[in-house]
Structures are given as C-alpha cells and as structure tokens.
Design a protein around this ligand. Structure first.
Ligand code: FAD
Length: 260
C-alpha cells in the first residue's frame, strides 16, 4: 500500500520569544518537524511494515524544509518531495491545502494520506480536512489507532469522552493524534543513506495547480493583527433567569463576540 504523509516544519515554539507588539521573533529560531507529524510518519511506516508498499513524505515551505525531509528519510521513509516556490509563499491554510492537494494529485498512486491533527504554530487543524475535501477523499480524523483490512481502513477516534471506530474505503485521508504511537529513534544506518539522497523540489510548474489559487494571492484569509490576549481579571457578569434563559443569553453573548 502506498502512503503519503504531509509534514510541516515549524519554529521550535518551546523556545519562542515575543517582541513588545506581541509578534513572534523568528530570527534565530530553530526549526523542527511539527512533533505530531513524526507520529504520522511513524504510523505510515508501521502500516508499510504490516502491508508492504511505500511511504512518501511531502512538505511545503522555504528551502529549509529540506532538513525536515532529510529527518523523515532518516526515520526510514522511501521518498520525499519538497514543495518550494516563491509563488507558494504567503499561503493561508486554504492555499496550503490546495498546493499540497495538487502535489498529491500529481503523485496519483496512493491508498492513504496521513497528516498530523494540527501544527504547533498555526494550530488551526484545517489543512488535513481541507486536503480531503479538495481531493474528494473520506476523512477519518483524530486517529488513535489505524487498521487496514482489505480495501478498507478503520480508525479508533476519541473526541472528549466519546470513543468510536470509523471505517472508510481507501483511498482516504487520516489525521493522527500524538498518542497514536511513540515514533522511532532514527536507525543509524538510515542517516547515511538519508544524506546521500537527492531531494526533488517541485515548484509551481510541477504541480497541476492554477496559479491564482497559490500563495498570498490565492489566500482568502486576511490577518488583521497578531497579539497576546490580555487577561481581564475580575470582570464577572452573572446571568439571571431560568436555565433556558441563561443558556440563551450565554449563546447570544458568545455569538456577539464571534466565539461560536
Ligand atoms: P494545521 O492545519 O494545524 O496542520 C495540520 C497538519 O497539516 C499538520 O500536522 C501537517 O501534517 C499538515 N501541514 C500543515 N502545513 C503543512 C505544510 N506546509 N506542508 C506539509 N504539511 C503541512 N506561513 C508561512 O510559513 N509563511 C507565510 O508566508 C505565511 N503566510 C501566511 C499568510 C496568511 C494571510 C495566513 C493566514 C497564514 C500564513 N501562513 C504562512 C501560515 C500558513 O498558512 C499555515 O502555517 C499553514 O497553512 C498551515 O496551517 P496550520 O499551521 O494551522 O496547520
């Protein structure tokens, strides 16, 4: 079975510093593979060990994503593809998903796409589901376990207090939680191979994508301001009425602040 895993390179936000305006200081920030994406790679490698096939990892970003892809090679994946082009820059989650989806379309021969649930910097959890939507694939999200049975794939999903099993025909897209596995320590023999391998770089002319949907131009999201929320202490409002009236007031207030 052929599996494509999407990994994102992220700033190591455990070492993050903010400037006075509340903006992230990116200069000198070390980068890492988004941690849950390593669990996604591990899940794919385990499925390959059980069922055979091939694991391909793709990542979109500037030239530095090469180091994330080499790390994936060290873990034992078969192929990696780097998506880098100035026209991809400034992409919001919509344009990112479109570009990754176009690359997956080009790879064409796959049974599963696996992504992490969310990136530790952007945290929207939108990219996996949006790729599934773009490619018309069934989406199995928040996976804590994956089983392949013939032409179908089954996941164990836990959302809050509810656990359930979901099944879909392949090809399908799965987003995984970090609890799904412990990813492997890099086997030393793979490190040498990983640094010998040429990494293909796909740009705008290499993917079946319309340039108007790429990068900043193709991004409907407009970022107005980034700031650290200030804690408002001591501002408590008690709602009055029956439980139904209180619930209604609460919903109206949350709605008015665009929180639901
Ligand atoms: P999530 O949806 O939380 O990620 C879920 C999973 O999707 C990840 O675990 C991973 O498996 C996969 N995934 C996510 N991103 C990638 C990727 N790039 N490659 C492979 N797999 C991936 N970011 C920049 O780095 N540079 C910019 O110039 C830039 N400009 C932006 C402009 C605007 C207007 C906006 C709104 C955002 C911009 N961003 C930019 C942020 C960028 O859109 C997000 O980082 C990206 O879309 C992923 O979203 P997320 O971090 O919420 O990922």
């Amino acid at each position: 079975m052929n599996i494509i895993v999407c990994i994102k390179q992220v700033p190591n936000v455990t070492k993050v510093k903010w400037d006075a305006d509340g903006s992230l200081i990116r200069t000198g920030l070390p980068t890492i593979i988004n941690p849950v994406d390593k669990n996604a790679v591990e899940a794919a490698l385990q499925l390959k060990e059980q069922h055979g096939g091939k694991v391909t990892v793709i990542s979109m970003g500037p030239s530095q994503v090469e180091s994330a892809l080499r790390e994936a090679l060290c873990m034992g994946v078969d192929d990696v593809i780097q998506l880098s082009d100035r026209k991809f820059a400034g992409a919001d989650t919509w344009a990112t998903s479109y570009t990754l989806g176009a690359a997956i379309k080009k790879i064409a021969d796959f049974d599963l796409v696996i992504t992490g649930v969310e990136a530790m910097d952007g945290n929207t959890a939108q990219v996996g589901p949006q790729i599934a939507e773009y490619l018309g694939l069934p989406l199995l999200s928040y996976a804590l376990g994956i089983e392949v049975d013939g032409k179908n794939v089954r996941i164990k999903q836990k959302l809050g207090d509810v656990s359930r099993k979901l099944e879909a025909a392949m090809p399908a897209l799965i987003t995984v939680e970090k609890e799904i596995n412990d990813y492997r320590v890099t086997p030393i023999d793979k490190v040498i191979d990983a640094f010998d391998k040429d990494i293909p770089v796909w740009g705008v002319d290499d993917v079946p994508a319309d340039v108007v949907h790429l990068g900043l131009k193709g991004s409907p999201t407009k970022l107005r301001k980034v700031y650290s929320p200030k804690l408002e202490k001591g501002q408590v409002e008690m709602l009055q009425g029956t439980p139904e009236e209180i619930a209604r007031q609460l919903v109206d207030k949350l709605n008015a602040k665009f929180l639901i």
